[in-house]
Design a protein around this ligand. Structure first.
Ligand code: MN
Length: 242
């Protein structure tokens, strides 16, 4: 059975399943489960926390507008854009793999849908830290956790205009950071770098402007207080065992 059908056959709502926490089907993180389930049911996925849960680092008003207006808009536009096209019954992975042939509406809105689910899931009110495995890999690839943090922060702070900063696994298995423009990500065939994303930061102005105005660096520094390391650790475990 294909993984996509397997998920469909679970017959469980996104929110109900997310609440189960640790008992995800083997090989699935919260993020990839929610993305697949939402795509299959065409149901906009729930935010995994209350609007004010990440105060004072991310304010409630920003969270509400960001999730309920921006993210919902991408989701609705994405579902509308693929209607009647060959992408309607494809998996999200296949859509990204063929995005160069899809046109701007599908490219921008599929990325806007996926990247935001991925982002919400790597944020949480309680932040722990990287697992010993991920920690060792970060030290191997960046020298230390501090150096990794500096690299990802710099990538986020220096992306010109709108986009995303990522920690990801390269095709040869190393950890690296990169930023992508607009709503692109490294799963798309148009991306100059390819790999498996582990952690992302949204640096569109809509992600921080109400509270931080032009001070993107302050927003990026504050975000380290609300990184959901449990999810990032799951993504890393899931990616390295494949
Ligand atoms: Mn955004």
């Amino acid at each position: 059975m294909q993984r996509r059908n397997f998920i469909k056959n679970l017959g469980m709502g996104v929110t109900a399943f997310a609440a189960l926490g640790g008992s995800l089907p083997k090989g699935l993180t919260n993020s990839n489960y929610i993305i697949m389930q939402s795509f299959n049911t065409k149901e906009f996925p729930a935010l995994p926390f209350a609007y004010d849960a990440l105060e004072p680092y991310l304010d409630a008003r920003t969270m509400e507008v960001h999730y309920d207006k921006h993210h919902r808009g991408y989701f609705n536009n994405f579902i509308n854009a693929i209607k009647g096209t060959k992408f309607e019954d494809a998996s999200i992975e296949n859509i990204f793999a063929g995005i160069s042939g899809a046109g701007d509406a599908i490219r921008n809105n599929s990325g806007g849908f996926y990247n935001h689910v991925f982002y919400w899931q790597n944020l949480a009110a309680k932040s722990s830290g990287p697992s010993s495995e991920l920690s060792a890999a970060l030290s191997r690839n960046f020298g230390s956790f501090e150096k990794f943090r500096e690299a990802l922060s710099n990538s986020a702070k220096t992306r010109f205009g709108s986009g995303w900063a990522w920690l990801y696994i390269t095709s040869d298995g190393n950890l690296a950071v990169v930023s992508t423009p607009n709503q692109d990500n490294m799963l798309m065939d148009v991306s100059p770098v390819k790999g498996t994303p582990l952690l992302t930061i949204d640096v569109w102005e809509h992600a921080y402007y109400l509270k931080y105005q032009n001070r993107r660096a302050e927003f990026v520094d504050a975000l380290w207080n609300v990184i959901n390391w449990d999810e990032v650790n799951r993504r890393y475990r899931d990616a390295v065992k494949k």
